[in-house]
Design a protein around this ligand. Structure first.
Ligand SMILES: [Zn+2]
Length: 393
């Protein structure tokens, strides 16, 4: 009879052998949207937790999950890094910060467009923060949204250099003809985030050891993916996205086989846990697929942090009466986490009496101001044609 104490390691060995024998040509399994029920998500987390019982076993599993994401996203091995050729222009100065329009080439001729927010009057080097965005459309969707501008400006006023950048087919990318339904969207967006870290670290005023990332919804997906894949991220705050039963409804989140193969099953709660032991904040709400976070996803993630004896490095701010989005209250939950872990300077922004971070000095810019290329500064001639398939191998 097998002793109960050796079952976890026997199971682990079995999974390892299974992983080695997985067929690389198998048909991709996609976990899209509400791939399974809330009850099945709880069972899946239990199954996953049974595959490791100590830090070494978790690290081995972490490596497998990371490799599966990279392979599923067609980023394994990682593509060669090509010159970013950054364009930074049209500086606007406001109260305590500046904004510039900026673009980098994630692949030769493939632009990632954005805005670079920098502190004014604070001594550097500064923390660097990536701000991806979610799927909300409208005339001021994506990085042009007022809530996105508010968080970037507030973080810059507290001493961070922030890059807010378009998903493919949003903002300037949309203006220049790209469609979000591009078949390589997940690959391109994940690689773009990795290159945005390179961009921030290339700036003289950024401290390479203080890189953070925060995004909401589809931007939350980009947040936990880049955190899982790139150790240069030191602090991570995915907002209203980390769920064990919902895998993301868009092909840029769940349209490639990153979650499940015949060798290994995972979900977005576990992918978020790959941040450990680096500080991780989950903001969740009662009004979307993060409604169970305090009782389901967060305990699973905290248990991973406990393996490192770093349970205090992860927090969950839950708002049972709030809906999906990165509104004022959720930004107020994120700011202190970034201040604490990226050593930002909140003087002049944080009010001790109200315990709130003041956003009233932020300027909301117009769409035209935020554009990178315009009539006076046209797109370089070598830019790829909209919709091009990116050949990077
Ligand atoms: Zn998408």
């Amino acid at each position: 009879m097998i002793s109960k104490s050796i079952i976890p390691s026997a199971l682990f060995l079995l999974l390892t052998l299974h992983s080695i024998s997985a067929n690389p040509d198998e048909k991709p399994i996609l976990c899209r949207g509400n791939y399974h029920s809330e009850a099945d998500a709880v069972k899946q987390l239990k199954r996953m937790a049974e595959t490791y019982s100590n830090l070494d076993e978790w690290k081995a599993r972490k490596q497998k999950v990371k490799e599966q994401i990279l392979k599923g996203a067609k980023l394994f091995p990682l593509p060669k890094k090509t010159p970013l050729k950054p364009i930074i222009r049209n500086k606007r100065e406001y109260d305590g910060y500046s904004v510039e329009s900026a673009a980098i080439e994630a692949f030769p001729g493939y632009y990632v467009y954005g805005n670079l927010y920098r502190p004014l009057g604070k001594k550097g080097p500064h923390a660097g923060i990536l701000c991806p965005h979610g799927h909300a459309r409208g005339p001021r969707g994506g990085r042009l949204r007022p809530d996105q501008q508010q968080r970037c400006a507030t973080l810059a006023r507290m001493g961070a250099v922030v890059f807010s950048y378009d998903m493919i087919g949003y903002g300037d990318s949309e203006k220049h003809g790209w469609n979000h339904r591009h078949p390589q969207a997940l690959t391109l967006q994940t690689w773009s985030s990795i290159r945005v870290i390179d961009f921030l670290q290339s700036l003289d005023d950024v401290d390479n050891d203080r890189i953070g990332v925060t995004g909401c919804s589809g931007g939350g997906t980009q947040t936990f993916l880049v955190t899982a894949l790139d150790d240069r991220v030191k602090v991570s705050a995915p907002i209203v996205m980390v769920s064990a039963h919902f895998f993301g409804g868009c092909h840029c989140e769940s349209g490639m086989p990153i979650h499940k193969t015949s060798a290994l099953e995972t979900n977005n709660a576990e992918i978020a846990a790959l941040a450990a032991p680096r500080p991780l904040l989950l903001v969740s709400v009662g009004g979307d697929w993060t409604k169970n976070t305090p009782l389901v996803e967060f305990p699973y993630i905290r248990n991973v942090f406990k393996l490192y004896n770093k349970a205090q490095q992860t927090e969950n701010a839950h708002f049972p009466n709030q809906q999906h989005g990165y509104q004022y209250l959720k930004r107020q939950a994120m700011y202190p986490f970034m201040v604490k872990h990226l050593k930002l300077d909140n003087r002049g922004v944080y009010d001790r009496q109200t315990e709130l971070y003041d956003e009233s000095k932020n300027a909301l810019e117009s769409i035209e101001q935020m554009r990178v290329f315009d009539a006076s500064f046209p797109m370089p001639k070598h830019a790829l044609k909209p919709g091009s398939k990116i050949d990077y191998r």
